[in-house]
Design a protein around this ligand. Sequence first.
Ligand SMILES: Cc1cc2nc3c(=O)[nH]c(=O)nc-3n(C[C@H](O)[C@H](O)[C@H](O)COP(=O)(O)O)c2cc1C
Length: 185
Amino acid sequence: MIELPEATVIAQQIPGTMRAVVVYESHWGNTAAIARAIAAGIGPGTPALTTTEATNAALADVDLIVAGAPLLGFALPTEGMLRNMGASASRDPVPPDLSHPSLRTWLDALPAGDGRAAAFETRIWWSPGSAARAILSKLASLGYRPIAKGQRFIVRGKYGPLREGELERARAWGAELVRSLASSG
Ligand SMILES: Cc1cc2nc3c(=O)[nH]c(=O)nc-3n(C[C@H](O)[C@H](O)[C@H](O)COP(=O)(O)O)c2cc1C
């Protein structure tokens, strides 16, 4: 048996020959929960990775990158926003997890590729702006071809929780992505 380094994350082998990873930014856990549900919908063992865990090695030979982030200040969060969130964390009901780079920073460091892409965001229902659109556009500019429109998952308040049924919807969307990937040639 081949011993793999502990840090190596093996991407899910979707039935057939395709592999996928879900990468997320999350400060209060809503996007992380959606990411895990999408990964479960894609197939058992599909990793849902923080931006720290989603190293180039973890993405090697991946056919589909699904990336997601919260919509904050009507936009895909910037490092500046995260710094401000850190400065005002004592006023939050639960302090934000700021231990990982933003998805924006992760995307800036992502090498160009020729795989497929999908993107999602968590948000309150009425807000203008779209993090998913910004993610998809960045992935497309790097050569990753979108296989689905950006998907929105809704929270009930500023910090969550997720609206009822969103985890199930995320899981179903993950399964749908596998079908889109298979038919996208
Ligand atoms: C400081 C702050 C700013 C936010 N700005 C927006 C916004 O502009 N539009 C929106 O739809 N939701 C906004 N939200 C709600 C978040 O998008 C939502 O809670 C998201 O699910 C948080 O994701 P996370 O728990 O994975 O960090 C904001 C929340 C916070 C705390």
